[in-house]
Design a protein around this ligand. Sequence first.
Ligand code: IPE
Ligand code: IPE
Ligand code: MG
Length: 257
Amino acid sequence: MWKRWFGKTNEDVTKLEAYKSIDFDKLPKHIAIIMDGNGRWAQKQGLMRTLGHRAGVETLREVVKAASGLGIRALTAYAFSTENWKRPDSEVKFLMDLFSEYLDREIDELHENNVKIRFIGRIEELSDLLQTKIESAQLRTANNTGLILNLAVNYGSRDEITRTVKIIANKVKNNEIKIEDINENFITNHLDTAGIPEVDLVIRPSGDLRISNFLLWQMAYAEFWFTEINWPDFKPNDLLQAVLSYQKRERRFGGLK
Ligand code: IPE
Ligand code: IPE
Ligand code: MG
């Protein structure tokens, strides 16, 4: 079971009213969340931005639990972009420490709940200590069969695509493959998200209507759900609302009804 954590309400997603309306045959396989608005949440209350990030981690914890309870296959959460290095050193350091702390604190419970944790992005540029924790978390949960939790840290979609192009170009150069072997599936299978279904639903809280270099290839046909709510105020019920909205959409993939 998921334990209580700090003072946060321990909402059980299956007990929420909206849960009854979910169509379990039409669940999005992969949900991607841009966890935005931590700073604005804090500033509104006269708090330091860092406290917003801390509150955001608690939201992540609740949303992971809810997604797992709902039976979602994969959840990718955008935690730090390749562009976020432009922020003040103190904020960057705070965030890096927070990721480390998150792993220390959450890994046991994630593992107990059968969550498979993976990191996407330029992990090799993170501190040695954080890399060690990431590797150990990935290794420990590698055989879990429940929710796949991808954490995007030092992730940028253009960077991912550029790295992938280099990997594939090297395979051609070394005569491992022929140019004719390169097709959409081949590219998909060389991205950081290889093996994970493409994104069905993108959620962005806090009112900005943009993608910010997140999973560009993977969300080619995703449905979008935006909300004004800042990430620290986002609740499991909001996840249900996003899924319910998704289930009402008609996805045509370029075809006809
Ligand atoms: C999202 O919250 C977290 C990260 C980008 C690391 P922000 O820090 O971007 O919060 P706002 O957008 O300034 O409110
Ligand atoms: C996107 O949020 C990245 C993360 C949530 C980690 P940003 O706050 O960095 O995005 P922009 O700068 O508003 O586009
Ligand atoms: Mg932001």
